[in-house]
Write a protein that binds this ligand. Sequence first.
Ligand code: SME
Length: 170
Amino acid sequence: MAETTLDVRHLPKGDAYATLQSQLDAILDGLDDEIAAMATMSSVLMQGFGFLWAGFYRVVAPSLLRVGPYQGGLGCLEIPFDKGVCGAAARQKRTIIVPDVNAFAGHIACDARAQSEIVVPVVDGTDALIAVLDIDSAEPGRFDEVDARGLERAVRWFAARPTKVVGKRP
Ligand code: SME
């Protein structure tokens, strides 16, 4: 297992995601615990890129997200599917890139420094939505298709899991 978190900001973005993905693959290999995976991904992404906020909102009821593992300042505790960028990504089950959060109707500002955001849906092996991955940046226009593909690749871990059982399988 990799012993330290990596800062990949010196690398071209595609290489940065590839590097972090290799680290995640090594750390998460054999794990069967989605909360541990969410916590690990949040840490690796946050330390890797120096974002403002990186973490997960989990689907805890029909049309309701609740904050899960994350890194950064306090996030909202709950976000209904009809609110915010997170709600929109959950409802539409697609990645949403917001270059300017001030121009997104309904954006929920958890940190006044946030300028841009990306939210990626997380599905399990049955294609059911289980969470969204939310990342905020203090830089306007920080996210593009390279980020979308890199983050979508990272959360495929949840779809590739054999079961939704938490803990070691016999
Ligand atoms: N900005 C998000 C809310 C969550 S925080 O950014 C951590 C949204 O509009 O859904």
